[in-house]
Design a protein around this ligand. Structure first.
Ligand SMILES: [Zn+2]
Length: 223
């Protein structure tokens, strides 16, 4: 066995966090299995790679559908994957290159593609907007800070989708902060959580479920 260093970033793999991942069995792996029957043969199965804690979840999400070299190339290419472990869920993050507003627009238009990537039919989305004011320093509506929540939601067959864009304004001309998230649920189960936030926009994907979903996200957000 090779000493454990991460195939993506070369960090030493702490086996409490990182692990050996078996990727798609390819031709080289079949050849390895054939040769490994020779007495005295020592080697490392070519479909298995070590991944550190930061890259493990992303590698496992891709492993069933891709060969090791492809998994490594994909994760190296996305040096923008800055944190692959958040909380207890499976999560990926990308630092996006465009503006936050552009990323939020993309999120607002990702609903049907996300449903399709989860194997669900399209649903009709209803748009609503709600403004709430925060009176401050003796200034009340409409001149005080306010928050706009734009919500797209819909559902069918127990599956519900909700996309929320929250924008905080000091004044109508002075946007303080904005973020957006997309959530898809089946009953009480969260199937997908996707969020855009931060000045240099970060895209966070939780519960991706499949390499198909990761592919759909990367295509749509160009990351
Ligand atoms: Zn790594």
């Amino acid at each position: 066995m090779r000493p454990p260093s991460c195939d993506v970033c070369d960090e030493r793999v702490d086996t409490d966090e990182g692990a050996l991942v078996a990727c798609l069995v390819d031709e080289a792996t079949y050849e390895f299995q054939r040769r490994s029957e020779t007495p005295g043969f020592v080697g490392h199965p070519p479909n298995q790679g070590w991944f550190c804690g930061a890259h493990l979840d992303a590698a496992q999400a891709l492993a069933d559908a891709r060969a090791l070299a492809d998994v490594v190339a994909t994760l190296r290419g996305s040096a923008k994957v800055v944190d692959a472990r958040i909380g207890t869920g499976r999560s990926l993050r990308w630092q996006l290159t465009g503006s936050r507003t552009a990323a939020i627009e993309r999120l607002m238009s990702f609903g049907q593609l996300a449903l399709a990537a989860l194997g669900h039919a399209a649903v009709e989305l209803t748009r609503s907007i709600e403004r709430s004011y925060t009176p401050m320093d003796g200034v009340g509506p409409p001149d005080c800070p306010f928050t706009d929540n734009v919500v797209l939601d819909g559902g069918d067959d127990g599956v519900t989708i909700r996309i929320t864009h929250t924008a905080n304004y000091w004044t109508i001309e002075d946007l303080a902060n904005e973020s957006a998230h997309l959530s898809i649920r089946s009953g009480t189960d969260q199937l997908l959580w996707l969020a855009v936030f931060g000045d240099r926009p970060t895209l966070s994907l939780s519960l991706p479920g499949s390499s198909e979903m990761i592919g759909a996200v990367r295509d749509h957000f160009d990351c």
